[in-house]
Ligand binder design. Structure first.
Ligand SMILES: CC(C)(COP(=O)([O-])OP(=O)([O-])OC[C@H]1O[C@@H](n2cnc3c(N)ncnc32)[C@H](O)[C@@H]1OP(=O)([O-])[O-])[C@@H](O)C(=O)NCCC(=O)NCCSC(=O)C[C@@](C)(O)CC(=O)[O-]
Length: 321
């Protein structure tokens, strides 16, 4: 018999809650500004301190994000009225170009995220330009965001597989990651956009990234979709490889409109449940997080995709007077 291994994971993990953006961008039901605001407030009350709350993309491309300007404006006004407990709350939004950045500056976004791809075809389908053109656009966005003192996160999609091109070699991903970080992004989130990764392919990717990025590997975050039920396993091996930032979406909402077959992101409730079990600090109150998940599922009129969320919600309902 093998020796039972001791899991070596970071003592604290930063959770980036992407439900209000990645979660809602692909929903057939359009969610009102008021309900998006309520969702973000509930997530913040549960202790989430990094929340992606909108997307300044073309409303013709992603109609469900068309109310991001109002949502972000009202949320900033709400945040300013809260006490010091909410000062660390970062409300971020997705930005593909300078037109998006200018909206982010107007709403005083706490952070923006540019989003590129390791797959040429996905880049064209998602943002209508080649990888090289996207890097030229992002360079302008990052430079102007730096002048406006807005921190920039970067996403890199299709890091394991692409819905159009199939398997993406780890070296191609690492080279693109290097280019995105060289622009001045403080964090780089690795997107398994269609959820095809397994622990083996995840470890192979992270090894290549460690080799190419050196110390910059500390800037990496992981963003797994749970299409094949591998997201938690992939997160666990990522934590063991030293990753300490994990993206997740409340109730497992999500999917990219330009990635056919992609299902929801890993559910935040499931990630927090696992991290609690590992003794890893997240600052998130799981019971309150489950309430936020129940709220948005009621709005969308569909069940939660979170296993932990569904189980905890049932216990909460049994205990309710
Ligand atoms: C990038 C573009 C705009 C290029 O789209 P385009 O058609 O090439 O852009 P354009 O510059 O020719 O402009 C076309 C129209 O869009 C407008 N426009 C132009 N820019 C903006 C803007 N920022 N905000 C609002 N409007 C904008 C512009 O004003 C114009 O309006 P018109 O004159 O026709 O009325 C388009 O392709 C787009 O919006 N794509 C976004 C698609 C998207 O949001 N996909 C989902 C993101 S999720 C993801 O990528 C994966 C991730 C991050 O979750 C991680 C993972 O899981 O892998």
């Amino acid at each position: 018999m093998h020796t039972v291994p001791t899991l070596l994971v970071p003592p604290r993990v930063k959770i980036v809650e992407v439900g209000p953006r990645d979660g809602l961008q692909n929903e057939p039901v359009s969610v009102s500004t008021e309900d998006k605001i309520k969702l973000v407030q509930k997530l913040a009350q549960a202790g989430c301190r990094y929340i992606e709350a909108g997307s300044f993309v073309s409303p013709k491309w992603v109609p469900s994000m068309a109310n991001s300007f109002q949502t972000m404006t009202k949320l900033r006004e709400w945040k300013e009225k809260q006490g010091p407990e909410y000062e660390p709350l970062v409300l971020s939004c997705l930005v593909p170009n300078l037109a998006g950045l200018h909206q982010a500056i107007q709403v005083k976004a706490g952070e923006i995220a540019v989003f590129g791809s390791a797959s040429e075809t996905f880049s064209n389908k998602n943002i209508n330009c080649s990888i090289d053109e996207s890097l030229e656009r992002f360079a302008l966005v990052v430079a102007e965001a730096n002048t406006a003192r807005i921190p920039v996160r970067a996403y890199l999609s299709c890091v394991i597989g692409c819905p159009y091109q199939g398997r993406i070699p780890p070296l191609a991903v690492a080279q693109m990651a290097e280019k995105l970080l060289a622009l001045g992004c403080h964090e780089l989130s690795l997107g398994d956009t269609i959820g095809v990764g397994t622990p083996t392919t995840t470890i192979a990717l992270l090894k290549e990234l460690q080799h190419v990025l050196g110390n910059d590997v500390d800037k990496l975050a992981v963003h797994f979709h749970d299409t094949h039920g591998q997201a938690l396993a992939n997160i666990l091996v990522s934590l063991e490889s030293g990753i300490a930032t994990v993206d997740a979406s409340v109730a497992g909402l999500g999917g990219c409109p330009y990635a056919p077959g992609a299902s929801g992101n890993v559910a935040t409730e499931d990630v927090v449940y696992m991290l609690n079990g590992l003794g890893v600090e997240t600052g998130i109150d799981l019971d309150k997080l489950v309430e936020a998940g129940d709220f948005i599922c009621e709005v969308l009129d569909r069940p939660s995709r979170s296993r932990a969320g569904t189980a905890i919600s049932a216990i909460q309902k049994r205990k309710a007077p």
